[in-house]
Design a protein around this ligand. Structure first.
Ligand code: PFF
Ligand code: NA
Length: 441
Protein backbone atom coordinates (compact mmCIF):
# COMPACT_ATOMS: atom_id res chain seq x y z
CA UNK A 1 0.00 0.00 0.00
CA UNK A 2 1.05 3.52 -0.69
CA UNK A 3 1.89 5.81 2.16
CA UNK A 4 -0.13 8.78 0.95
CA UNK A 5 -3.63 8.74 2.41
CA UNK A 6 -5.39 10.83 -0.24
CA UNK A 7 -7.27 8.61 -2.73
CA UNK A 8 -5.17 7.72 -5.75
CA UNK A 9 -5.78 9.80 -8.87
CA UNK A 10 -7.76 8.55 -11.89
CA UNK A 11 -8.44 9.60 -15.46
CA UNK A 12 -11.68 11.56 -15.75
CA UNK A 13 -12.77 9.85 -18.97
CA UNK A 14 -11.90 6.94 -21.23
CA UNK A 15 -11.02 9.38 -23.99
CA UNK A 16 -8.67 11.10 -21.57
CA UNK A 17 -6.80 7.85 -20.99
CA UNK A 18 -6.63 7.06 -24.70
CA UNK A 19 -5.40 10.56 -25.56
CA UNK A 20 -2.77 10.37 -22.85
CA UNK A 21 -1.53 7.00 -24.10
CA UNK A 22 -1.59 8.18 -27.72
CA UNK A 23 0.22 11.34 -26.62
CA UNK A 24 2.86 9.19 -24.97
CA UNK A 25 3.22 6.91 -27.96
CA UNK A 26 3.29 9.60 -30.64
CA UNK A 27 6.50 11.53 -30.25
CA UNK A 28 10.05 11.91 -31.43
CA UNK A 29 9.99 8.17 -32.08
CA UNK A 30 7.52 8.68 -34.90
CA UNK A 31 8.91 11.83 -36.39
CA UNK A 32 12.60 11.99 -35.52
CA UNK A 33 13.57 8.32 -35.26
CA UNK A 34 11.18 6.52 -37.57
CA UNK A 35 11.85 8.10 -40.98
CA UNK A 36 15.57 7.86 -40.50
CA UNK A 37 15.48 4.32 -39.26
CA UNK A 38 13.67 3.63 -42.51
CA UNK A 39 16.36 5.51 -44.41
CA UNK A 40 19.22 3.85 -42.57
CA UNK A 41 17.86 0.32 -42.52
CA UNK A 42 16.92 0.00 -46.17
CA UNK A 43 13.60 1.73 -46.88
CA UNK A 44 10.42 -0.26 -47.36
CA UNK A 45 12.03 -3.52 -46.21
CA UNK A 46 12.48 -2.06 -42.75
CA UNK A 47 8.96 -0.62 -42.79
CA UNK A 48 7.52 -4.06 -43.42
CA UNK A 49 9.36 -5.80 -40.57
CA UNK A 50 8.52 -2.90 -38.30
CA UNK A 51 4.80 -3.20 -39.06
CA UNK A 52 4.96 -6.94 -38.47
CA UNK A 53 6.62 -6.42 -35.08
CA UNK A 54 4.07 -3.79 -34.08
CA UNK A 55 1.30 -6.33 -34.63
CA UNK A 56 2.81 -9.52 -33.24
CA UNK A 57 5.10 -8.08 -30.55
CA UNK A 58 3.89 -4.58 -29.73
CA UNK A 59 0.20 -5.30 -29.32
CA UNK A 60 0.53 -8.29 -26.95
CA UNK A 61 3.28 -6.51 -25.00
CA UNK A 62 1.15 -3.41 -24.54
CA UNK A 63 -1.66 -5.52 -23.10
CA UNK A 64 0.83 -7.06 -20.66
CA UNK A 65 1.62 -3.60 -19.30
CA UNK A 66 -2.04 -2.57 -19.19
CA UNK A 67 -2.99 -5.65 -17.24
CA UNK A 68 -0.22 -5.18 -14.69
CA UNK A 69 -1.09 -1.52 -14.22
CA UNK A 70 -4.83 -1.91 -13.89
CA UNK A 71 -4.59 -4.97 -11.67
CA UNK A 72 -2.20 -3.41 -9.16
CA UNK A 73 -3.23 0.26 -9.48
CA UNK A 74 0.34 1.14 -8.68
CA UNK A 75 3.51 2.58 -10.16
CA UNK A 76 5.89 0.10 -11.87
CA UNK A 77 8.09 -0.51 -8.83
CA UNK A 78 5.12 -1.04 -6.50
CA UNK A 79 3.31 -3.09 -9.13
CA UNK A 80 6.19 -5.52 -9.59
CA UNK A 81 6.69 -5.81 -5.84
CA UNK A 82 3.04 -6.75 -5.57
CA UNK A 83 2.84 -9.38 -8.28
CA UNK A 84 6.34 -10.87 -8.23
CA UNK A 85 8.72 -12.25 -5.67
CA UNK A 86 12.48 -12.63 -5.33
CA UNK A 87 14.63 -10.89 -7.92
CA UNK A 88 11.63 -10.47 -10.20
CA UNK A 89 10.16 -7.93 -7.83
CA UNK A 90 13.04 -5.60 -8.74
CA UNK A 91 12.17 -5.41 -12.45
CA UNK A 92 10.25 -2.20 -11.78
CA UNK A 93 13.55 -0.53 -10.99
CA UNK A 94 14.79 -1.16 -14.52
CA UNK A 95 11.74 0.76 -15.72
CA UNK A 96 12.42 3.72 -13.47
CA UNK A 97 16.09 3.82 -14.49
CA UNK A 98 15.17 3.58 -18.17
CA UNK A 99 12.68 6.42 -17.81
CA UNK A 100 15.34 8.60 -16.27
CA UNK A 101 17.84 7.86 -19.01
CA UNK A 102 15.44 8.21 -21.93
CA UNK A 103 13.92 11.47 -20.75
CA UNK A 104 17.38 12.96 -20.16
CA UNK A 105 18.33 12.88 -23.84
CA UNK A 106 14.78 12.97 -25.22
CA UNK A 107 14.47 16.41 -23.69
CA UNK A 108 17.68 17.55 -25.38
CA UNK A 109 16.31 16.50 -28.76
CA UNK A 110 13.02 18.20 -27.89
CA UNK A 111 15.05 21.32 -27.17
CA UNK A 112 16.41 21.18 -30.72
CA UNK A 113 12.85 21.06 -32.05
CA UNK A 114 12.13 24.29 -30.17
CA UNK A 115 15.29 25.84 -31.66
CA UNK A 116 14.27 24.78 -35.18
CA UNK A 117 10.76 26.13 -34.69
CA UNK A 118 12.26 29.49 -33.77
CA UNK A 119 14.73 29.24 -36.64
CA UNK A 120 11.83 28.91 -39.07
CA UNK A 121 10.24 32.08 -37.71
CA UNK A 122 13.54 33.86 -38.37
CA UNK A 123 13.75 32.37 -41.88
CA UNK A 124 16.98 30.71 -40.75
CA UNK A 125 17.08 27.34 -42.55
CA UNK A 126 20.11 26.89 -44.79
CA UNK A 127 19.54 25.26 -48.16
CA UNK A 128 23.12 24.09 -48.57
CA UNK A 129 23.43 20.66 -46.93
CA UNK A 130 26.98 21.30 -45.73
CA UNK A 131 26.01 24.63 -44.15
CA UNK A 132 22.87 23.10 -42.65
CA UNK A 133 25.06 20.46 -41.08
CA UNK A 134 27.47 22.91 -39.49
CA UNK A 135 24.53 24.97 -38.28
CA UNK A 136 23.09 21.89 -36.62
CA UNK A 137 26.39 20.88 -35.07
CA UNK A 138 26.80 24.31 -33.53
CA UNK A 139 23.22 24.40 -32.19
CA UNK A 140 22.94 20.78 -31.05
CA UNK A 141 25.57 20.87 -28.35
CA UNK A 142 26.54 23.62 -25.97
CA UNK A 143 24.88 26.41 -24.09
CA UNK A 144 22.00 26.86 -26.52
CA UNK A 145 21.11 23.18 -26.28
CA UNK A 146 21.38 23.19 -22.49
CA UNK A 147 19.09 26.22 -22.15
CA UNK A 148 16.42 24.79 -24.42
CA UNK A 149 16.69 21.44 -22.64
CA UNK A 150 16.08 23.35 -19.40
CA UNK A 151 13.11 25.18 -20.91
CA UNK A 152 11.57 21.95 -22.15
CA UNK A 153 12.02 20.21 -18.80
CA UNK A 154 10.45 23.21 -17.05
CA UNK A 155 7.31 22.81 -19.17
CA UNK A 156 7.24 19.05 -18.48
CA UNK A 157 7.54 19.71 -14.74
CA UNK A 158 4.77 22.30 -14.95
CA UNK A 159 2.30 19.89 -16.55
CA UNK A 160 3.15 16.86 -14.42
CA UNK A 161 2.96 18.94 -11.24
CA UNK A 162 -0.73 19.58 -11.92
CA UNK A 163 -1.53 15.89 -11.77
CA UNK A 164 -3.46 13.42 -13.86
CA UNK A 165 -6.70 15.22 -14.61
CA UNK A 166 -5.78 18.89 -14.44
CA UNK A 167 -2.27 18.44 -15.83
CA UNK A 168 -1.73 15.51 -18.16
CA UNK A 169 -5.30 14.85 -19.28
CA UNK A 170 -6.02 18.47 -20.04
CA UNK A 171 -2.74 18.98 -21.92
CA UNK A 172 -3.11 15.92 -24.14
CA UNK A 173 -6.68 16.79 -25.08
CA UNK A 174 -5.29 19.88 -26.79
CA UNK A 175 -2.01 18.45 -28.06
CA UNK A 176 -3.07 15.12 -29.57
CA UNK A 177 -5.80 16.44 -31.90
CA UNK A 178 -3.44 19.22 -33.00
CA UNK A 179 -0.71 16.70 -33.86
CA UNK A 180 -3.11 14.57 -35.89
CA UNK A 181 -4.62 17.44 -37.86
CA UNK A 182 -1.28 19.05 -38.70
CA UNK A 183 0.38 15.77 -39.67
CA UNK A 184 -2.39 14.84 -42.07
CA UNK A 185 -2.42 18.36 -43.50
CA UNK A 186 1.32 18.29 -44.14
CA UNK A 187 1.12 14.88 -45.83
CA UNK A 188 -1.54 16.26 -48.17
CA UNK A 189 0.76 19.15 -48.99
CA UNK A 190 3.74 16.80 -49.53
CA UNK A 191 1.63 14.82 -51.98
CA UNK A 192 1.64 17.83 -54.31
CA UNK A 193 5.44 18.04 -54.42
CA UNK A 194 7.45 17.18 -57.47
CA UNK A 195 9.49 14.44 -55.77
CA UNK A 196 6.43 12.69 -54.31
CA UNK A 197 6.15 9.72 -56.67
CA UNK A 198 9.85 8.89 -56.47
CA UNK A 199 9.60 9.14 -52.68
CA UNK A 200 6.59 6.84 -52.47
CA UNK A 201 8.38 4.24 -54.59
CA UNK A 202 11.36 4.32 -52.25
CA UNK A 203 9.22 4.23 -49.13
CA UNK A 204 6.65 1.68 -50.20
CA UNK A 205 8.25 -0.97 -52.39
CA UNK A 206 10.41 -3.33 -50.35
CA UNK A 207 13.68 -4.69 -51.63
CA UNK A 208 13.75 -8.27 -50.33
CA UNK A 209 17.46 -8.53 -50.96
CA UNK A 210 18.03 -5.91 -48.27
CA UNK A 211 16.22 -8.00 -45.64
CA UNK A 212 18.24 -11.10 -46.51
CA UNK A 213 21.52 -9.22 -46.45
CA UNK A 214 21.01 -7.06 -43.39
CA UNK A 215 18.62 -8.85 -41.06
CA UNK A 216 21.16 -8.76 -38.22
CA UNK A 217 20.82 -5.02 -38.02
CA UNK A 218 17.23 -4.66 -39.28
CA UNK A 219 15.80 -7.05 -36.69
CA UNK A 220 17.00 -5.38 -33.46
CA UNK A 221 16.39 -1.95 -34.96
CA UNK A 222 12.81 -2.82 -35.87
CA UNK A 223 12.10 -4.50 -32.51
CA UNK A 224 13.66 -1.62 -30.59
CA UNK A 225 11.77 0.91 -32.66
CA UNK A 226 8.48 -0.95 -32.15
CA UNK A 227 9.01 -0.81 -28.38
CA UNK A 228 10.23 2.76 -28.33
CA UNK A 229 7.44 4.09 -30.50
CA UNK A 230 4.70 2.40 -28.47
CA UNK A 231 6.24 3.58 -25.17
CA UNK A 232 6.76 -0.01 -24.08
CA UNK A 233 9.41 -1.61 -21.93
CA UNK A 234 9.63 1.01 -19.26
CA UNK A 235 6.36 1.05 -17.43
CA UNK A 236 4.60 4.03 -19.03
CA UNK A 237 1.64 1.88 -19.95
CA UNK A 238 1.68 0.24 -16.51
CA UNK A 239 1.55 3.68 -14.96
CA UNK A 240 -1.14 5.08 -17.24
CA UNK A 241 -3.30 1.96 -16.87
CA UNK A 242 -2.95 2.19 -13.10
CA UNK A 243 -5.07 5.35 -13.21
CA UNK A 244 -7.91 3.53 -15.00
CA UNK A 245 -11.27 2.73 -13.56
CA UNK A 246 -11.95 -0.97 -13.80
CA UNK A 247 -14.45 -1.28 -16.62
CA UNK A 248 -12.52 -0.49 -19.79
CA UNK A 249 -11.91 -2.90 -22.62
CA UNK A 250 -8.12 -2.95 -22.59
CA UNK A 251 -7.67 -4.81 -25.86
CA UNK A 252 -9.83 -2.28 -27.67
CA UNK A 253 -8.03 0.67 -26.09
CA UNK A 254 -4.67 -0.90 -27.00
CA UNK A 255 -5.70 -1.40 -30.60
CA UNK A 256 -6.82 2.23 -30.89
CA UNK A 257 -3.60 3.54 -29.36
CA UNK A 258 -1.42 1.38 -31.59
CA UNK A 259 -3.49 2.33 -34.63
CA UNK A 260 -2.88 6.03 -34.01
CA UNK A 261 0.81 5.65 -33.34
CA UNK A 262 1.38 3.53 -36.42
CA UNK A 263 -0.69 5.85 -38.59
CA UNK A 264 1.25 8.91 -37.45
CA UNK A 265 4.62 7.21 -38.04
CA UNK A 266 3.51 6.02 -41.46
CA UNK A 267 2.11 9.41 -42.44
CA UNK A 268 5.30 11.12 -41.26
CA UNK A 269 7.13 9.07 -43.88
CA UNK A 270 4.70 10.46 -46.44
CA UNK A 271 5.74 13.95 -45.36
CA UNK A 272 9.47 13.56 -44.92
CA UNK A 273 10.41 11.53 -47.99
CA UNK A 274 8.61 13.67 -50.61
CA UNK A 275 10.22 16.77 -49.09
CA UNK A 276 13.68 15.17 -49.19
CA UNK A 277 13.32 13.81 -52.71
CA UNK A 278 12.00 17.14 -53.96
CA UNK A 279 15.02 18.92 -52.53
CA UNK A 280 17.31 16.23 -53.96
CA UNK A 281 18.55 14.96 -50.59
CA UNK A 282 19.54 11.34 -49.93
CA UNK A 283 17.24 9.77 -47.29
CA UNK A 284 19.85 7.19 -46.28
CA UNK A 285 21.72 9.87 -44.32
CA UNK A 286 21.82 8.48 -40.77
CA UNK A 287 22.37 9.84 -37.29
CA UNK A 288 20.67 11.78 -34.55
CA UNK A 289 20.83 15.02 -36.52
CA UNK A 290 18.92 13.67 -39.47
CA UNK A 291 15.71 15.71 -39.59
CA UNK A 292 17.60 18.72 -38.32
CA UNK A 293 20.06 18.58 -41.18
CA UNK A 294 18.52 17.12 -44.31
CA UNK A 295 14.95 18.12 -43.65
CA UNK A 296 15.94 21.58 -42.47
CA UNK A 297 18.04 21.98 -45.62
CA UNK A 298 15.01 20.93 -47.67
CA UNK A 299 12.93 23.59 -45.89
CA UNK A 300 15.67 26.08 -46.76
CA UNK A 301 15.19 25.14 -50.40
CA UNK A 302 11.39 25.06 -50.75
CA UNK A 303 9.10 28.02 -51.37
CA UNK A 304 7.59 29.05 -48.05
CA UNK A 305 9.89 26.48 -46.47
CA UNK A 306 10.31 28.65 -43.37
CA UNK A 307 6.58 28.42 -42.71
CA UNK A 308 6.39 24.69 -43.35
CA UNK A 309 9.43 24.16 -41.17
CA UNK A 310 7.98 26.20 -38.35
CA UNK A 311 4.77 24.17 -38.44
CA UNK A 312 6.66 20.89 -38.77
CA UNK A 313 9.15 21.45 -35.96
CA UNK A 314 6.49 23.05 -33.77
CA UNK A 315 4.39 19.92 -34.14
CA UNK A 316 7.36 17.73 -33.31
CA UNK A 317 7.95 19.79 -30.17
CA UNK A 318 4.33 19.28 -29.07
CA UNK A 319 4.52 15.55 -29.79
CA UNK A 320 7.73 15.36 -27.77
CA UNK A 321 6.06 17.13 -24.88
CA UNK A 322 3.13 14.74 -24.65
CA UNK A 323 5.60 11.84 -24.60
CA UNK A 324 7.97 13.43 -22.12
CA UNK A 325 5.23 13.94 -19.55
CA UNK A 326 4.55 10.19 -19.63
CA UNK A 327 8.22 9.37 -19.08
CA UNK A 328 8.33 11.71 -16.14
CA UNK A 329 5.04 10.42 -14.71
CA UNK A 330 6.55 6.93 -14.36
CA UNK A 331 9.17 8.21 -11.94
CA UNK A 332 6.87 10.71 -10.23
CA UNK A 333 4.18 8.07 -9.62
CA UNK A 334 6.75 5.90 -7.87
CA UNK A 335 7.82 8.67 -5.52
CA UNK A 336 4.21 9.61 -4.74
CA UNK A 337 2.93 6.05 -4.22
CA UNK A 338 5.84 4.55 -2.36
CA UNK A 339 7.44 7.48 -0.60
CA UNK A 340 4.38 9.61 0.06
CA UNK A 341 6.03 12.67 -1.46
CA UNK A 342 3.85 15.57 -2.58
CA UNK A 343 3.30 15.59 -6.36
CA UNK A 344 4.64 19.11 -6.94
CA UNK A 345 7.77 18.46 -4.90
CA UNK A 346 8.29 15.17 -6.71
CA UNK A 347 7.91 16.78 -10.14
CA UNK A 348 10.41 19.55 -9.42
CA UNK A 349 13.00 17.26 -7.80
CA UNK A 350 12.84 14.54 -10.43
CA UNK A 351 12.65 16.97 -13.32
CA UNK A 352 15.71 18.75 -11.95
CA UNK A 353 17.65 15.50 -11.65
CA UNK A 354 16.72 14.50 -15.20
CA UNK A 355 17.82 17.91 -16.42
CA UNK A 356 21.25 17.34 -14.87
CA UNK A 357 21.57 13.87 -16.34
CA UNK A 358 20.79 15.33 -19.78
CA UNK A 359 23.62 17.84 -19.71
CA UNK A 360 26.20 15.39 -21.15
CA UNK A 361 23.85 14.69 -24.08
CA UNK A 362 23.43 18.44 -24.57
CA UNK A 363 27.18 18.93 -24.77
CA UNK A 364 28.18 15.99 -26.98
CA UNK A 365 26.23 14.47 -29.87
CA UNK A 366 28.13 11.21 -29.67
CA UNK A 367 27.01 10.70 -26.09
CA UNK A 368 23.42 11.41 -27.03
CA UNK A 369 23.57 8.77 -29.76
CA UNK A 370 25.02 6.27 -27.29
CA UNK A 371 22.31 6.99 -24.71
CA UNK A 372 19.67 6.56 -27.39
CA UNK A 373 21.03 3.28 -28.71
CA UNK A 374 21.57 1.89 -25.22
CA UNK A 375 18.08 2.80 -24.04
CA UNK A 376 16.32 1.74 -27.18
CA UNK A 377 18.02 -1.48 -28.19
CA UNK A 378 18.99 -2.75 -24.73
CA UNK A 379 17.08 -1.27 -21.78
CA UNK A 380 13.59 -1.17 -23.29
CA UNK A 381 13.96 -4.61 -24.78
CA UNK A 382 15.31 -6.03 -21.52
CA UNK A 383 12.48 -4.52 -19.46
CA UNK A 384 9.86 -5.75 -21.92
CA UNK A 385 11.42 -9.20 -22.01
CA UNK A 386 11.52 -9.68 -18.25
CA UNK A 387 7.95 -8.46 -17.82
CA UNK A 388 6.72 -10.73 -20.63
CA UNK A 389 8.42 -13.78 -19.11
CA UNK A 390 6.93 -13.02 -15.71
CA UNK A 391 3.38 -12.34 -16.89
CA UNK A 392 3.33 -14.88 -19.73
CA UNK A 393 4.76 -17.82 -17.83
CA UNK A 394 3.99 -17.36 -14.18
CA UNK A 395 0.99 -15.04 -13.94
CA UNK A 396 -1.03 -16.11 -16.95
CA UNK A 397 -4.28 -16.93 -15.13
CA UNK A 398 -4.31 -13.66 -13.30
CA UNK A 399 -3.42 -11.81 -16.51
CA UNK A 400 -6.17 -13.41 -18.58
CA UNK A 401 -8.73 -12.71 -15.87
CA UNK A 402 -7.63 -9.08 -15.65
CA UNK A 403 -7.72 -8.60 -19.43
CA UNK A 404 -11.26 -9.96 -19.41
CA UNK A 405 -12.41 -7.58 -16.71
CA UNK A 406 -14.87 -5.19 -18.33
CA UNK A 407 -15.27 -7.33 -21.44
CA UNK A 408 -16.62 -10.61 -20.16
CA UNK A 409 -15.10 -13.99 -20.93
CA UNK A 410 -12.35 -13.71 -23.53
CA UNK A 411 -12.54 -17.35 -24.55
CA UNK A 412 -9.88 -18.33 -27.04
CA UNK A 413 -8.64 -14.73 -27.38
CA UNK A 414 -7.20 -14.77 -23.88
CA UNK A 415 -5.30 -17.97 -24.58
CA UNK A 416 -4.11 -16.70 -27.93
CA UNK A 417 -2.81 -13.54 -26.28
CA UNK A 418 -0.89 -15.40 -23.58
CA UNK A 419 0.68 -17.69 -26.15
CA UNK A 420 1.65 -14.69 -28.25
CA UNK A 421 3.43 -13.34 -25.18
CA UNK A 422 4.98 -16.70 -24.30
CA UNK A 423 6.55 -17.52 -27.64
CA UNK A 424 6.79 -14.81 -30.35
CA UNK A 425 7.21 -11.82 -28.05
CA UNK A 426 9.80 -13.48 -25.84
CA UNK A 427 11.68 -15.04 -28.73
CA UNK A 428 11.92 -11.85 -30.76
CA UNK A 429 12.97 -9.85 -27.72
CA UNK A 430 15.70 -12.36 -26.81
CA UNK A 431 17.12 -12.34 -30.33
CA UNK A 432 16.82 -8.54 -30.54
CA UNK A 433 18.53 -8.15 -27.17
CA UNK A 434 21.47 -10.37 -28.14
CA UNK A 435 21.93 -8.68 -31.51
CA UNK A 436 21.49 -5.28 -29.87
CA UNK A 437 24.17 -6.00 -27.29
CA UNK A 438 26.56 -7.28 -29.95
CA UNK A 439 25.97 -4.17 -32.00
CA UNK A 440 26.38 -1.86 -29.03
CA UNK A 441 29.79 -3.25 -28.10
N1 PFF B 1 6.85 6.63 -27.62
C1 PFF B 1 7.63 7.84 -27.64
C2 PFF B 1 7.96 8.21 -29.05
O1 PFF B 1 7.68 7.47 -29.98
O2 PFF B 1 8.54 9.26 -29.22
C3 PFF B 1 8.89 7.76 -26.85
C4 PFF B 1 8.76 7.09 -25.55
C5 PFF B 1 7.92 7.63 -24.58
C6 PFF B 1 9.45 5.94 -25.31
C7 PFF B 1 7.77 6.98 -23.41
C8 PFF B 1 9.33 5.28 -24.14
C9 PFF B 1 8.48 5.81 -23.22
F1 PFF B 1 8.35 5.18 -22.10
NA1 NA C 1 5.81 6.64 -31.08
Amino acid sequence: MGIADAPREQWATRVGFIFAAVGSAVGLGNIWRFPFQVGQEGGAAFLLIYLLFIAIIGFPAMLVEFVVGRYTERNPVGALEEIASGVWSYVGWIFIATGFIILSYYSVVAGWTIRYTLLGLQDGYLADAGEAESQFVSLASGLDAILLHALFMAVVIGIVAYGIQRGIELAVKVMVPAIIVITVGMAAYAFTLEGASEAYAYYLSPDWGVIAAEWQSILPAAAGQAFFTLSLGMGVMITYASYLAQDRNLAEDGAIIIGFDTAIAFVTGLIVFPILFTAGIDPADPGAGAIFVSLAAAFGDLTLGWLLGTIFFGTVAIAALSSAISLMEVVVSYVIDERGVDRKVAAVAIGGAIFLLGIPSATDLVLLDLFDLFADQILLVLGGLLLSILVGWSLSDLAIAELGRGTGDLGAYGTAWIWAVRIPVILVLIVALILGILEYW
